[in-house]
Design a binder for this molecule. Sequence first.
Ligand SMILES: Cc1ncc(COP(=O)(O)O)c(C=O)c1O
Length: 365
Amino acid sequence: MSNKFVSLAAPGIANLQPYVPGKPVTELERELGISNSVKLASNENPLGPSPQVVQALHGEIAGLTRYPDGAAYALRTALAEKHGVDPACITIGNGSNDVLDMIARVFLHRGRESLFSQHAFAVYPLSSMAVGAELKVAPARDRGHDLEAMRQLVSPQTGVVWIANPNNPTGTWLQRDALYRFVQDLPAGVIVVIDEAYFEYVGEDDYPDASQWLDEFPNLVVTRTFSKAYGLAALRIGYGLSHPDIADLLNRVRQPFNANSFAQAAAVAALGDVDYLRRSVAFNNQGMVQLTRGFERLGLNYIPSVGNFVTVDVGRSATEVDMALLREGVITRPVENYGLQNCLRISIGLEEENARLLASLEKVL
Ligand SMILES: Cc1ncc(COP(=O)(O)O)c(C=O)c1O
């Protein structure tokens, strides 16, 4: 449909396609007149919130009429302690997407290139196009990031290189030595973002914590989120770790009160609830085994994943399979828009939700 104002929009906006979120359960149930559906579409934590978080949220209600702390003092202090960095290295976001967007606004513009991998997280092109940057997409290898292919695309125009480790929607990950060498080889004037949204789930020995490299690489930004293993997706809270000079620039474009008071208090409480985090990861590990064994039983190929989701090849149009699953009350995410033909991304749910997905998949296939 043509838009009569598109010629007035900033360059880059005309070709933008809005991010497609997973359908909310309430909307699906209203549309199909069903109840009891399960949502395995947005890589959320199926456990529900930590009781300590719920308590912290109650404590915030009395302050509802006041603006939140724009500097997020308590949260930045807690994060500085967790990561052993100065609070000046931390940029708080309304979700880590917000931090990714700030990075694009600060370091990309027309004439600059934004470099990422094929099948990489959708927000990198979105935020880059919105500021008029040119997209450079390195071909993937075995559906994961090919660092050599990415390195070859670095040019004098490269502004930002984005790496999700692990990546969404593939769940693939990069090993410590390879990623370290890649960052080391980049020109000092290229900003490299290592997006660790699923960091807490990864148990592999060779999986790097890129925040350990911040002292060595002033051009590095590491992003983390409370939306996944910490279970706070609805509140929208995440952060960036970087050299203070980068954080200073990001904070210049940050909206004054981008992280609300509930999100800040919940994040502080979530950091203190180590048991919740441990349970989240344990549940995820069990669910991953349950789902992947189920796929194997159904004869379906999947991409081995270290996140809280797994992408499976259903061998035919994923959009059609998704529609059929919706009619069974199971919401998943077709990822053909990521160049993954015939693939559905399925978030790990509770045991009964995973069982329901597998039974529905068997039925519709
Ligand atoms: C790789 C990756 N990065 C960042 C995000 C953004 O998460 P949030 O904005 O909720 O922190 C997501 C969310 O799905 C993701 O998959």
